[in-house]
Structure formats: C-alpha cells, structure tokens
Design a binder for this molecule. Structure first.
Ligand SMILES: Nc1ncnc2c1ncn2[C@@H]1O[C@H](COP(=O)(O)OP(=O)(O)OP(=O)(O)O)[C@@H](O)[C@H]1O
Ligand SMILES: [Mg+2]
Length: 341
C-alpha cells in the first residue's frame, strides 16, 4: 500500500453496506452495525429534493400529501431509481461518517448475485457519487455466508438461502467461491402483496403495504402452527368506501403466502439438483443456513427441511447477516479489492 493509502486508511473508517430492498444496514470497521434503516426516501414531487430518509420516510409511506412521495428506490433487489438511491446512500454514508468528513471511506457493498453488469456499474457509480473513495461489490450470498460465520474457505459445500424483501438468494459456496447461485425476485414484498390481494378478494378490504407486512410478521407462517393465530386488521371497505376491521387467521395467511414460499423452495431444489455429488454429500451433514428477514416466517425452516430432507438452521441474527459479512471483509479489504468476487 502506498504511503498515501496508509494515511487514508488510518484516518478513514471503511464501511460495509447491505443495500437491501427493504433495509439498508451500515457496518463501520471496528464498530459493527451502526445503522439499520428502511430503504425508503420521501421526496418533494416538483423539485425531487429529499424530505426524509429511512425510518422517518417509512412512516410516511402511503400517508403523504400530494406534494410529497415516499418511495422505495430499490425494487426486486436492484436499483429502480438511481437518483434517489444515490441520495439515500449519500445520506447514510454522511450519517455514519459525520465526525470524519475529510477522508472519504472505502466502501464494501453487498449486491444481489443476479444483477447485470450495467446494474453493478450503476451501484458503484452511485456509491462514488455518494462519497465513497473506493468501492468493492460483494455478492450478497457470499456476504451472508461470511456474516453467519460459515467456514467458506474449506473445500466443502455450504448452502445459504437469504430471503430478503425483494429477492431470495440461494447459493452453494466452497473454497471461497460460488459453485451455484440463483437470485429469485421473490421475497418479503411478494408475500406482502399476496396478503393485500387476499384481503381484497376475500373481504373486500383494501390495506396498505405496511399493514400487510405487520400481518405477515404477526401471524405469517409456512407450515401449520401448534396454535393457530388471529389478528384484527383495519383497512378500507372497497364497496362502502369506509374504514372497517376484520379478523384474519394464520391459516388463511399461510394459504396466501403459499405461492411465494413454493417459488423459494423450488429454487432451493434446483440448487441441490445442480450441485456436484461430492458437495451434495457435504450438505447432508452441514445442511442449509437461512438468513434475511424472510427466514423469520414461522416454520419456514421446517417447510424447507421437509422439502429437502436436509437439516435447516436459521442464522443467529438473520437481518444482519449480510451487513456482518461486509464488515468481516473490511478487515482484509486490500486483499479483497484485488480479487474478483
Ligand atoms: N419476523 C418476521 N417475519 C416475517 N418476515 C419478516 C420478519 N422480520 C422481517 N421480515 C421481512 O423481511 C424482509 C426484509 O428482510 P431483509 O432486511 O433481509 O431484506 P433486504 O436485505 O432489505 O432485501 P433484499 O435482500 O431482497 O434486497 C421484509 O420483507 C420484512 O417484512
Ligand atoms: Mg438482503
């Protein structure tokens, strides 16, 4: 490393970012995850100036007056609105580097394995514009595997399934490389949409995305529960046009989630089907590790275990797995910057 490079690393705090569809997390070297906020930005429609970012903006989703739009600039795991994503990145980077503006940080960003070269370049450019000095893109499943502490550098298979808001990433990793990866544009958002549709169809009740997510978290499940749950749901009656409350059960929500969950299991099966036999044999003992917020759907681990006959575990801190992985890479960043992952 050059003398200037050494000086820079001494003064700057390199950071890792999990730029997720639902949540953005920032890991600062030697400090851990210091920021975790929804990937939502509220902007003024006319000027496109930012009104709020993160938690504050999420509270505005579906509740804004005509002159403001609260939007999620990342959709399906990729950047849907570059300008707004950049504004969001800049806001988060500035927030964590507040005391240290004079040396820009090096930044590791986890991106979905399925994004195109054009999308990769766009993420890099956004980060540079947002104040990064150097950018390393790390594939999300690799970051997740490192983050949950799998020994990825051994010549043995590890399988990670990261179920996020916009995407599900399935990967088999061995010798620090990805043997098989598939990114499916189905995740928590799709589950929320199914819940919205179910309530519309069965009860003529319109609910917003936030309410749908609340229902999923409160009573969502993949396989029957020992004790089924119910929840009071408030929304707008589509016929009378008035606010109304209905009681929904975990049984019907499970049915609503079925398509999204089946799609996820299908990709896991595909991965196993493509897996070379030696590595498949490793998985019988090592099993599958689940990460991402979607892995918290009740009994999803059981459903995946039943479908694959493999042991399934949920990561200790599934929502932070990817961010922790980007953080672990920071300790050896110069090495990683010279590799292609
Ligand atoms: N307890 C829970 N039960 C079910 N779903 C949950 C729970 N907690 C969070 N989620 C869901 O997890 C998703 C967010 O997970 P995560 O933060 O891992 O996604 P992301 O990394 O932002 O998205 P992506 O990786 O697709 O870009 C949301 O859809 C959220 O509703
Ligand atoms: Mg994610």
């Amino acid at each position: 490393m050059s003398i200037l490079g050494k000086l820079f690393s001494f003064f700057s705090h390199d950071i890792g970012i999990d730029l997720g569809t639902a949540n953005t997390l920032v890991f600062v070297k030697d400090r851990g995850v210091v920021l975790s906020e929804p990937s939502v930005v509220a902007i003024y429609n006319k000027t496109r100036k930012v009104r709020a970012v993160g938690l504050e903006a999420k509270k505005m989703l579906g509740r804004t007056p005509g002159n403001i739009t609260a939007l999620r600039p990342m959709k399906d795991g990729v950047i849907a609105d570059f300008e707004v994503t950049e504004a969001m990145l800049r806001y988060f980077i500035n927030k964590v580097c507040r005391n240290n503006r004079f040396v820009p940080p090096r930044v590791v960003i986890a991106v979905p394995s399925g994004i195109t070269e054009v999308e990769r370049r766009a993420v890099k450019e956004s980060a540079i514009h947002a104040g990064a000095r150097e950018v390393l893109l790390l594939q999300e499943p690799m970051a997740a595997a490192i983050g949950v502490g799998l020994s990825i550098d051994e010549p043995a298979a590890n399988m990670i399934v990261d179920i996020g808001g916009g995407t599900t990433e399935v990967a088999i990793i061995s010798l620090s490389g990805i043997v098989f990866a598939k990114s499916l544009r189905v995740g928590g958002d799709e589950m929320d949409l199914s819940i919205i549709n179910h309530l519309k169809k069965s009860y003529n009740l319109m609910i917003g995305e936030r309410m749908a997510e609340d229902i999923k978290i409160a009573i969502g499940s993949a396989a029957p529960l020992e004790e089924e749950l119910t929840l009071e749901v408030k929304g707008r009656d589509t016929i009378a046009g008035l606010p109304r409350t209905v009681v929904v059960s975990s049984v019907e929500i499970r049915e609503a989630l079925c398509d999204a969950l089946t799609a996820i299991i299908e990709v896991v099966r595909q991965a196993l089907d493509r897996c070379p036999p030696e590595l498949a044999a490793d998985l019988v003992d090592r099993g599958i590790v689940l990460a991402g917020g979607g892995s918290l759907v009740r009994n999803l681990d059981k459903m995946i275990g039943d479908a694959t006959h493999l042991p399934v575990t949920i990561a200790d801190d599934p929502l932070r797995a990817v961010a922790n992985g980007t953080g672990a890479v920071l300790h050896n960043l110069t090495f990683w910057l010279n590799e292609e992952y």
